[in-house]
Design a protein around this ligand. Structure first.
Ligand code: ARG
Ligand code: ZN
Length: 451
């Protein structure tokens, strides 16, 4: 009896050891490099590497004479670097071991947890000290929902659909039931962008705090719907297995290509508005795989269904990503501007200026295709083009992608010390933007604005 218990313990420890070993070392020897494309051919070469060599481009911007940061898989790195050089592109190595970079961020987070532990009294503030897991986020939402004065129905909590792995996509509504206008906010479309869901949680906590303190001015005008984690499957995978995971967890072989062992669709390439016209891939192994057809994914369809429910009428849709510090509006699929881009640009300016006043954080403003690069299938383009929402923005949170920025090297691995400052400034920015909608609404009857 004792013997078999011991055997079990030994086997289990082995499994645990192997699991941790595999886990912690996946990115060992991955290189993070910077290149400067100087011609169109160079840009094409980068896209080609992204599609076929497991190159993971981190920089949002892809244009001539702008630095591009990317990670190279260990095995392919020498070959890729050689090809770059053959095409006259200099390669600067920023980190020779991505694993160490991830470790460094985790170490800072650990220190932060130890420091703040004494201050954290209850679950209601756990979201400030760490990037919560899916289940913890669900608990957090329930707690926040309980926290609001229940009789006045200031919040409701519901799921808009479920994922491949059967997780619910939770959504919280915050606002006075009589508020007539609606705002939609989502976070966590891309799995590895941990600062995005944490920022949604920050805003939920603050908004409900304002309800409880009787400061409801915004919330008597708007019902704000927040989806803090649109891609929970990808997020959990990034939390436990592969820190740099971006897509959802679709088993691509299911659909049309039984040979494909590659998993995941890039949800922000899957939305059916000018789908696949630009900057997306048909290769299931690519980080920007657009899916077997437009709107193929349960996460995509859940969001679309929710937006289309005819009883609601949306003033604005904001979707939070990282990184780069960009406050951007459609279109992403092509370089031309929407007819009302001046209004979009003005309101983005108001939001980003409010944000800047908190910690001095600077955002760049522009259309997605112009500021970053042309790519179709984004939730933003769909929300404007099909959903007919006027004010649509993708916000790329910290850090900046500017080489000279002291935190740029953290990229997607922003340590947990940043949860609060990023949450704070973003919340102020969003509120500034929302207030500007109220004033413009009073002038609205003069304009053609259909809302
Ligand atoms: N980081 C986002 C992405 O690459 C930017 C999306 C901007 N919008 C767009 N429609 N391309 O998915
Ligand atoms: Zn993203």
């Amino acid at each position: 009896m004792m013997q078999s218990v011991w055997r079990l313990i030994i086997i289990n420890s082995w499994i645990l050891f192997l699991y941790c070993y595999a886990n912690n070392h996946f990115y060992k020897g991955y290189e993070v490099v910077r290149v400067l494309p100087k011609t169109n051919e160079h840009l094409q070469l980068i896209r080609h590497f992204e599609d076929n060599y497991g190159v993971d481009r981190w920089s949002e911007v892809l244009t001539i004479n702008r630095d591009v940061k990317m990670s190279l898989p260990r095995k392919q790195a020498p070959k890729i670097k050689k090809l770059f050089k053959q095409h006259g592109i200099d390669v600067k190595i920023l980190h020779n071991d991505l694993e160490k970079l991830i470790q460094k961020s985790d170490d800072i987070s650990k220190q932060h947890k130890i420091r703040t532990k004494r201050l954290t009294v209850n679950i209601a503030s756990s979201h400030l000290t760490g990037y919560l897991r899916y289940q913890e986020i669900v608990e957090f939402l329930k707690e926040q929902h309980r926290r609001s004065p229940p009789l006045r129905n200031f919040t409701s909590l519901f799921s808009i659909g479920s994922t491949h792995e059967n997780r619910s996509i939770w959504t919280i509504r915050i606002g006075k039931p009589s508020a007539r206008r609606n705002i939609l906010i989502d976070c966590g479309i891309h799995a590895r962008e941990f600062i995005s869901p944490s920022t949604c949680l920050y805003m939920i906590d603050k908004l409900i705090g304002e309800v409880n303190n009787g400061r409801v001015s915004l919330l008597s005008v708007f019902n704000i719907y927040i989806i803090p984690l649109l891609n929970p499957d990808g997020y959990e995978y990034a939390q436990t297995e592969r820190r740099m995971w971006r897509k959802n967890r679709a088993l691509n072989g299911y659909y049309h290509n039984p040979d494909s062992k590659c998993i995941g669709v890039d949800l922000n390439r899957n939305f059916g508005y000018h789908w696949m016209e630009n900057g997306a891939s048909t290769n299931p192994c690519s980080e920007t795989y657009a899916g077997p057809h437009q709107d193929s994914e349960p996460e995509t369809r859940s969001l679309q269904r929710f937006i289309k429910q005819s009883s609601r009428h949306w003033d604005a849709y904001l979707t939070f990503h990282s990184y780069g510090q960009y406050w951007i509006y459609p279109w992403g699929f092509a370089l031309h501007m929407p007819d009302d881009y001046i209004e979009l640009n003005n309101k983005a300016t108001i939001g980003s200026e409010a944000l800047k006043r908190v910690n001095g954080t600077l955002y760049k403003i522009g259309s997605a295709a112009n500021l970053l690069y042309e790519s179709a299938g984004g939730s933003d383009d769909w929300a404007k083009g099909v959903g007919q929402i006027k004010y649509v923005y993708t916000v790329e949170l910290r850090p900046s992608d500017d080489m000279n920025d002291e935190h740029a090297h953290f990229a997607f691995m922003l340590p947990e010390t940043f949860i609060e400052p990023v949450g704070q400034e973003t919340y102020v920015g969003v509120k500034g933007f929302l207030r500007s909608l109220i004033t413009s609404r009073s002038q609205k009857s003069l304009s053609k604005n259909k809302y």
